[in-house]
Design a protein around this ligand. Sequence first.
Ligand SMILES: Cc1ncc(COP(=O)(O)O)c(C=O)c1O
Length: 452
Amino acid sequence: MERTKFMLDEERIPRAFYNIVADLPQPPPPPLHPGTGQPIGPQDLAPLFPMELIKQVVSTEREIEIPDPVRRAYGLYRPSPLLRARRLEQVLDTPAHIYYKYEGVSPPGSHKPNTAIAQAFYASEEGVKRFATETGAGQWGSALAFAGALFGIDVKVYMVRASYDQKPYRRIMMETYGAQVVASPSPDTHYGQQLLAENTGHPGSLGVAISEAIEDTVTHPGTKYSLGSVFDFVLLHQTVIGQEAIEQMAMAGDEPDVIIGCVGGGSNFAGLAFPFIGRQLRGEGRYRVIAVEPEAAPSLTKGRYEYDFGDTGQMAPLIKMHTLGHDFVPPPIHAGGLRYHGMAPLVSKLVDDGLVEARAVHQRATFDAGVQFARAEGIVPAPESNHAIRVAIDEALSAKTAGERRVILFNLSGHGHFDLAAYESYLAGSLEDFNYQPKQAADRKEVAEIAA
Ligand SMILES: Cc1ncc(COP(=O)(O)O)c(C=O)c1O
């Protein structure tokens, strides 16, 4: 019988994270202190992060061992399956082979626990009692709430207002895991109070929620900050995805020509792609790698590659990345996890070096793809993942036009079971596309009105 699923035994959960920095010709430019503009050292990051994570950021080792308690917690859902989308191939009538790595099998429903579990473990080893964090779509907040429950850490989540209103069930899931959730901007921080005084209907953004979580961290002893994307150690933890995929593609007897992931801050994309890019850098393979972002927040395709703040309130380190400006508030697209003004420095560097191609797609086109995928393969994808599916389908169709047997691998970063309101507006024909408007950066009030 033709195989559909390629499954690895629990024994095959990777034993080390893959650190791409070891294979890069030059390291990416260092983060700078937000106050002094000088490169930051471990002592600057210590108030925010557990020491073990800071060590990982400066490590140049290719492999960083995964502690046993982390591997055991991964055992709740890893290794995740790799599937061949045979029905989708048939519907598209394409000679392409389409594979997807499905990260929606984790209890909270996305790739995010891969780093949440690691961060919670290292923090608990160092005696941390409480985490403050932000969440866009709610996937990251659910993942950290879940990991906090596993390792006995309290979690406070600043949830971007637009998502808080669109997705009450994500909030309830986080509360079920024991987390405390507030809509951001919130009255719980000085920064949130300031924004609310300017505009009571502020839709929030990831940049704003990050500032609130950082302020919370530095004003609450015993609290560390946790984030679900962008930073090098987050991307590092996600490489379990690509390492498993390499083994599973070998089981399937195929080698990918094209590797695709959606990008918000860049972590699920990096998780799948970096182990393959590492092979390419070591001369062991050759791949076209595509990062897919929303037209409404196109940091890679329309942003500038320069130092910028990771957050709107200018409290986070300055990082060199593709950015639309730290005060850019993206329009309220349903892919809340992709509403971010910047991009992971490592992904930005690979785009700048020409190793990764970037593509921007509109919201409606992504839902066309997600619905077509759901009807063929059964999984209702997260709106973020629909961005990757759009480009996977476009690649399969262009392979058909070219009469080419192209092997496509994409990351299905999560399921969309909490995103049905978005599907409802798509099915009702009321989903809007938003063009990128740089002027919105300077005018938050106008964006707030769009969201209201
Ligand atoms: C399902 C899903 N995919 C993708 C993303 C985007 O984040 P990243 O680019 O870090 O993978 C998110 C973020 O919330 C998400 O929930």
